[in-house]
Design a protein around this ligand. Structure first.
Ligand code: CO
Length: 134
């Protein structure tokens, strides 16, 4: 069902520092910050051959990553994003097997302009999973 690892998302309270780590220490190509008001985050994309790192920091008072950062004030891996061909078919197959979603059952348009859904970390070895129709 799942295809390419589209990105690994890392949440941080200090986006400037996170950018500096990837750009200056690790020598990666780092994008400018992009506010995503629909998702309550600011994103920075770190381009890697064949995949990406997505750096996330909260935007506004009701950010979906606020609880994560309260538990992990130094930041950390927030989710993995896998590509699927048909996001509704993937959702239906997972729900039929008893897996739970995190958030809405209806796909939302994600940071890359494609439909996304999130799967509950309790069913995926403690890891929040994002599916993106690519
Ligand atoms: Co993501």
């Amino acid at each position: 069902m799942i295809g390419r690892l589209n990105h690994v998302a890392i949440a941080t309270n200090d986006l400037d520092k996170a950018c500096a780590v990837y750009r200056d220490l690790l020598g990666a190509k780092v994008s400018a910050p992009v506010p995503q008001p629909d998702h309550g985050v600011v994103t920075v994309f770190v381009e890697l051959p064949g995949s990406k790192i997505e750096l996330l920091t909260p935007l506004g008072g009701n950010s979906p990553i606020a609880n994560f950062l309260a538990r992990n004030p130094g930041g950390g891996v927030h989710h993995l994003c896998f590509e699927v061909d048909d996001i509704r078919a993937a959702r239906d197959q997972l729900l039929a097997q008893g897996a739970r979603l995190a958030g809405d059952a209806e796909p939302k348009i994600g940071a890359h302009g494609n439909p996304v859904l999130f799967l509950h970390p309790k069913d995926f070895i403690g890891t929040l999973i994002e599916l993106e129709q690519a």
